[in-house]
Design a protein around this ligand. Structure first.
Ligand SMILES: Cc1ncc(COP(=O)(O)O)c(C=O)c1O
Length: 393
């Protein structure tokens, strides 16, 4: 199968991990040799409730028995999508009330950027250096890493970059700005958290000049940082919040939410301001609703804080310079990229899945399912420490 994988399936790098998957359950993935891997990556923050969480699987099965795709987004009333958007509104602070469901994170970013332009009547977008918001061309235009986008230019015009957490740069947001897009916690950059009320100051500036603040919660959202959305730690409410990844409990999804006044701009002048065939798909919406209910009903979010502390306590080594991030969105910043590679590949050998971050070669990603147990955290950290000792010798 591996040969066919390399021959027929498009690759994104010349050297994918190419593990042949047999099945997955809870915090574990099994390969076709039945080797068990403990999963500290969760499909890059997507499998928030682990693999095949029964509540998600049952919701999918129930929906399969009712109907699959019946109509393009937004025309028919479909229970799972309505209940999902209603529960989201109940969980989000005012005025975030109306949600547009999409197929992926990057599509939700496209919708959010278009909404900012349409609502303000302006074209300028401001984003942060080292930001990642997705890979379609609008999302790529606001990606703060030239090396990965140069080959695809020309991209969107009128996009400007500021330095995340740099207060002096906030002045670059002006009355020409339609929207400022930031990740609440910068992911690809190395899990950089906002400091000194940075997000609040950006929001104040946006309010002063009539620009909209878009927060990308695609990775930190859905409980990963110990609150449903990362911005809830920072005393700020964005004009538009974008979500995805962990929202679907392992299914492909994206969404953006704003006030009703704002969102309604997409249905008028022009009408059909954003359209999608499969966005809000009933099976995906059912899985997302089950995921959201489980995160909200359980004590997973509170446990996240204690689990972060356990990781920080267990992962101490002279090669680990820093553990960045919040909750179960953590990255080890090690001495150099070679050590990061050795940790990731060495742990894989030992049955622990870790991964890289997009733009920070010294980082090792730790984003396990929120459902990971303390025992599993201890087992995985023991493997990391064993591999670190081997590297040092
Ligand atoms: C912060 C952030 N924004 C946007 C995206 C894009 O989401 P998707 O891959 O679902 O298009 C990602 C995915 O990694 C992400 O981490």
């Amino acid at each position: 199968m591996k040969k066919d994988f390399f021959t027929y399936q498009a690759q994104t790098t010349p050297h994918p991990l190419a593990m042949e998957i047999s099945h997955a359950e809870g915090s574990h993935i099994y390969d076709t040799n039945n080797k068990e891997y403990l999963d500290f990556v969760a499909g890059v923050s997507a499998c928030s409730l682990g693999h095949r969480h029964p509540r998600v699987v049952n919701a999918i099965k129930d929906q399969l028995d009712q109907y699959l795709h019946v109509m393009v987004y937004g025309e028919f009333v479909q229970k799972s999508a309505v209940e999902l958007t209603k529960l989201l509104a109940a969980q989000l602070p005012d005025p975030l009330e109306k949600t547009y469901l999409t197929n992926s994170g990057t599509e939700a970013i496209e919708g959010a950027l278009k909404l900012a332009k349409r609502y303000t009547g302006r074209s300028e977008l401001i984003a942060a250096n080292h930001a990642y918001h997705g890979n379609t061309q609008g999302a790529m235009s606001v990606m703060g890493f030239e090396e990965r986008k140069q080959a695809f230019r020309p991209l969107l015009p009128d996009v400007h970059f500021i330095e995340f957490n740099k207060e002096a740069d906030i002045e670059k947001i002006t009355t020409k700005t339609a929207g400022v897009i930031l990740e609440t916690i910068q992911g690809g950059a190395g899990f950089i958290v906002p400091t000194n009320n940075y997000l609040k100051k950006v929001k104040q500036r946006c309010e002063a000049v009539g620009a909209l603040l878009i927060l990308d919660e695609i990775q930190p959202g859905f409980g990963r940082t110990g609150k449903l959305f990362g911005f809830q730690h920072y005393d700020v409410v964005p004009d538009i919040v974008v979500m995805g990844k962990g929202m679907g409990g392992g299914m492909p999804v994206g969404a953006f939410t704003s006030s009703a006044t704002l969102m309604d701009a997409l249905q008028d002048q022009p009408k059909l301001g954003h359209i999608t065939t499969f966005g809000g798909h009933p099976v995906i919406a059912a899985a997302s609703l089950a995921t959201l209910k489980e995160i909200v009903d359980s004590n997973l979010m509170t446990q996240t804080i204690a689990k972060e502390a356990l990781f920080r306590e267990l992962l101490q080594h002279e090669y680990i310079e820093e553990i960045r991030g919040k909750g179960l969105m953590l990255s080890l910043i090690v001495k150099n990229a070679d050590i990061a590679n050795q940790i990731i590949l060495g742990c894989l050998e030992e049955g622990l899945i870790l991964f890289w971050l997009l733009f920070e070669p010294k980082a090792v990603r730790i984003t396990p399912p929120l459902t990971i147990s303390n025992e599993e955290i201890k087992q995985g950290c023991a493997i990391i420490m064993k591999v670190l000792r081997k590297i040092k010798d």
